[in-house]
Design a protein around this ligand. Structure first.
Ligand code: SF4
Length: 418
């Protein structure tokens, strides 16, 4: 399937820096100081308020005058000092985006501390970091590198979870890990700087999403065992629990029993959907799409094409291998045009995509839902995740004719009007 000629000539996703801002603004006591062009600042303030932490971003507001006049670093230092006048600010991430990075910011010219706050430079230019998931990785790894308590002794049987997950999933993970003998769990990206310090002492790190490459590399470098994958679908659930057990040297019998029990629960949860039939497309830009595809394939659905905004990383390889074996064409670093071409090529019964793609599908009478709102805002892990996702998809597939009726109705209305 070839790309259409206009591929890449328009934005394919939101500004990558948003992913970093989502991680940084949510930390208690953090006040971002932004080194960004004023136009970027407007958009990033908007998305941060709505999709991150309802916190404003403070910036010296870069314009041509600052860049060509060479005052950018001085302006930033002054802004940092002003932010630090507030004693409740404990962290000032200096987020540097495209324009500032092009002009060049020398880290050594920024303070490491101001007032009660630690100051840390987080570089997020879109010409290096292509997507918002990957910017989350940069933000998390930068904070860990600075604050992770790697020098202290490891906490026995402790786990750091890396990846934003639905709250119900976090509770389920905590309960299962406790059952196999894990003594403590810390989740990143966290809301407390302390979480980053503590994560440095974890014995094993479960990297739940494949775009946390820099974070995984940092943990490996400091001797922690990195566990890949996630508990989505029956087989992967059993495998994930076993790998955590092995990484921590937990009681093998107990771990095996819990792994089997949780996998059986997933199979039971999936049983009512065994008759589910349909051809589904999964095309998000969150970077966690592949395990969702794996779950759908495990449930017997046909997924000939899936796409994601992230690159094919070593952390994707297991899912990539399973999906390819089961006949799914996976498109990494996808363009909207790739997804639109796939809609023309395969007769999908349901599209789980991005907003622009969904409009394209609906215009053709194909049921379509937004990946972020419908998949990322639901549990995905263990039995509860399988039941929730398959329940939702089952309902949509059963009512798929409604989209055709709607299309016909609106076409009829349009003709009636003309
Ligand atoms: S120029 Fe860079 S920082 Fe500004 S909105 Fe675009 S991608 Fe984001």
């Amino acid at each position: 399937m070839g790309k259409k000629s206009c591929s890449g000539l328009h934005p394919q996703s939101m500004c990558p820096a948003f992913g970093g801002l989502r991680v940084l603004t949510r930390i208690d006591g953090a006040q971002v100081c932004m080194a960004a062009d004023q136009g970027c600042l407007y958009g990033l303030t908007f998305v941060s308020q709505f999709y991150a932490a309802r916190k404003s971003i403070i910036s010296s507001g870069l314009m041509n005058a600052q860049i060509s006049g060479g005052t950018m670093t001085d302006d930033l230092r002054r802004t940092i000092e002003e932010i630090a006048l507030d004693p409740s600010v404990r962290l000032i991430p200096v987020v540097s985006t495209c324009v500032a990075e092009t002009a060049g910011i020398a880290e050594e010219l920024l303070p490491r501390q101001a007032g009660n706050a630690e100051v840390v430079l987080v570089r997020l230019p879109a010409f290096q970091i292509r997507t918002h998931p990957e910017a989350k990785d940069v933000a998390v790894s930068t904070l860990l590198e600075r604050f992770g308590d790697f020098a202290a002794s490891r906490k026995p049987k402790s786990v750091a979870l890396v990846g934003e997950i639905f709250p119900v999933d976090a509770m389920a993970v905590g309960a299962v890990l406790q059952k196999i003998g894990v003594s403590s769990v810390v989740a990143l990206p966290g809301t407390a700087l302390e979480d980053y310090r503590e994560a440095g002492r974890a014995e094993a790190v479960a990297v739940l999403h494949p775009f946390y490459e820099k974070t995984a590399a940092l943990f490996r470098e400091h001797g922690a065992s990195v566990v890949e994958g996630n508990p989505i679908g029956a087989n992967a659930t059993a495998g994930w629990i076993s790998r955590i057990g092995e990484a921590l040297g937990l009681d093998a019998e107990a771990v095996r029993a819990v792994a089997q029990e949780e996998a059986s629960k997933v199979r039971e949860a999936m049983a009512p959907f065994s008759g589910l039939e349909g051809r589904v497309m999964v095309a998000g830009y969150e970077g966690n799409e592949l395990p969702v595809v794996r779950l759908l394939l495990e449930a017997g659905l046909d997924v000939p094409y899936a796409s994601t905004s992230i690159a094919r990383t070593p952390l994707c390889l297991e899912d990539d291998r399973v999906l390819s074996m089961l006949g799914t064409e996976v498109r990494y670093r996808k363009f909207l045009e790739d997804d639109m071409a796939a809609i023309e090529e395969y007769a999908f019964d349901l599209v789980i995509g991005t907003t622009s793609l969904d409009s394209y599908a609906k215009e053709r009478g194909i049921p379509a839902i937004y990946y972020t709102n419908n998949i990322s805002a639901r549990p995905l892990f263990f039995a509860a995740g399988a039941a929730t996702v398959l329940g939702m998809l089952g309902g949509l597939l059963r009512r798929k004719e409604a989209w055709k009726t709607m299309k016909e109705y609106f076409e009829g209305t349009r003709q009636g009007l003309s």
